[in-house]
Ligand binder design. Structure first.
Ligand SMILES: [Zn+2]
Length: 413
């Protein structure tokens, strides 16, 4: 079973960052040269495997292992392209470039599985091979490798595969993806038998209640604000376009920035939540199917938000992927009435929702999204859920979700 550990790579000095950038940029340059020649040959009906050997041109910067690795990954991309062409009926595009003319090359590389080392501890670090020219320029010893600090947690243990390193220019972060092969016997299986239910909303991204007595909610405040700001910048840029022009490189870049930022926040959220639920002993997660009541208690703006921003399907797919890694089951359940049912007395008709708060004539008052996830959980498990622990609220800082102290119900989103 293959799993991936993802972590941040944080060069500790300007020199280390320069070396890292040169490594990633030269890798992209090699990839693009290979890809260019192969595409030319392909479209001219020639053999793509006959292309030039770029080894000598790059080995002094990248080192032997990485030069070969990039070439191999490129070979594999073309092989899989030809296989797909044979199987598929529709048009398939040949492998593309890393980056484009307008934005320049994407900074990324692949490092062979036996050529890098990651040590976790007080000062976790990654060691990468570099070419002889870089070693000479920066005073490295012959056998010395580049050492860079890493931040994160290795969830999975096992035989390491090739490392994928890339630079995200949206949040200015270097990231590493390290695939590992986890032995079947060591596969994750939840230790408990608890159940959780998620309410996926517009203001609060996800609210969650578990039968283990926990409540979590992830504030959409910051991701939504960033989304809105970028949308406004797109509108401004569109207004300034010359007559007859539909788009520009700048506008395209803003669209990319908007969706990458959003995806990053949502993916990090799901990973954070599922890890947390796994640690809590949750073995099944229910989510609402979003049919029925959508819109009824949401303001027009919130409804628009939900439609525009929340790629619901995509989010649930990602939830299923992450849960599969942890051996947690995922199931959909009807969301009808959940956002307006009073959890204390069961009243549906007389409850009122104002912004974040659900109020009932019986005197109940609570955070509407948390209430919804609690009701969803009660419906799914057919048992009463009476959470006693204080809900934990999480906020996004562009890198991770962190818990905020304080009363969730009184918060002003
Ligand atoms: Zn009530």
């Amino acid at each position: 079973m293959r799993r991936t550990n993802t972590f941040e790579v944080v060069p500790q000095s300007e020199q280390d960052e320069t070396i890292l950038r040169r490594l990633l940029d030269a890798s992209a340059s090699l990839w693009n040269q290979l890809t260019y020649e192969r595409r030319q040959r392909f479209f001219a009906g020639e053999n793509v495997w006959d292309c030039d050997d770029y080894y000598d041109e790059y080995v002094d910067i990248l080192g032997s292992a990485t030069t070969q690795q990039i070439t191999r990954v490129n070979d594999a991309a073309w092989r899989s392209f030809f296989e797909t062409v044979e199987e598929a009926d529709q048009e398939v595009s040949p492998p593309g470039y890393w980056g484009n003319q307008a934005d320049g090359r994407d900074l990324r590389t692949y490092v062979r599985n036996d050529a890098y080392t990651i040590r976790w501890g007080e000062r976790s670090r990654l060691e990468l091979p570099i070419g002889s020219q870089l070693k000479d320029e920066y005073g490295f010893g012959r056998a010395e490798r580049l050492r860079v600090a890493v931040r994160g947690e290795p969830h999975w243990q096992g035989n390491q595969g090739r490392l994928h390193l890339s630079y995200d220019d949206v949040d200015e972060t270097y990231r590493a993806h390290k695939p590992v092969t986890v032995p079947e016997a060591e596969q994750a299986t939840p230790t408990g038998s608890d159940v959780a239910a998620l309410d996926i909303g517009a203001n609060v991204l996800v609210a969650c209640t578990t039968t283990a007595d926990d409540q979590y909610y992830y504030s959409g405040q910051k991701p939504f604000r960033q989304f809105r700001e970028t949308t406004e910048r797109i509108a401004d840029a569109k207004a300034k376009l010359p007559a007859g022009q539909q788009t520009s490189t700048r506008i395209q870049r803003l669209y990319r920035k908007r969706s990458r930022r959003w995806d990053h926040a949502v993916n990090a959220l799901l990973r954070d939540l599922v890890q947390r639920l796994y640690d809590d002993g949750v073995e099944t997660i229910y989510h609402g199917d979003l049919t029925g009541v959508l819109g009824e208690y949401w303001s027009v703006e919130a409804n628009l938000k939900a439609r525009t921003f929340w790629a619901h399907r995509q989010c649930l797919d990602q939830l299923a992927n992450v849960c599969e890694e942890y051996g947690i089951d995922v199931a959909a359940t009807s969301e009808a009435w959940t956002s307006q049912t009073c959890p204390e007395c069961g009243e549906r008709e007389q409850t009122r929702r104002h912004r974040e708060t659900l109020r009932c004539p019986c005197g109940f008052e609570g955070h509407a999204d948390l209430v919804a996830s609690r009701t969803l959980l009660e419906q799914a498990t057919n048992t009463a859920v009476r959470p006693t622990a204080r809900p934990v609220r999480f906020q996004w800082d562009d890198h991770q979700w962190y818990p905020i102290e304080g009363n969730a119900v009184a918060s002003n989103e």
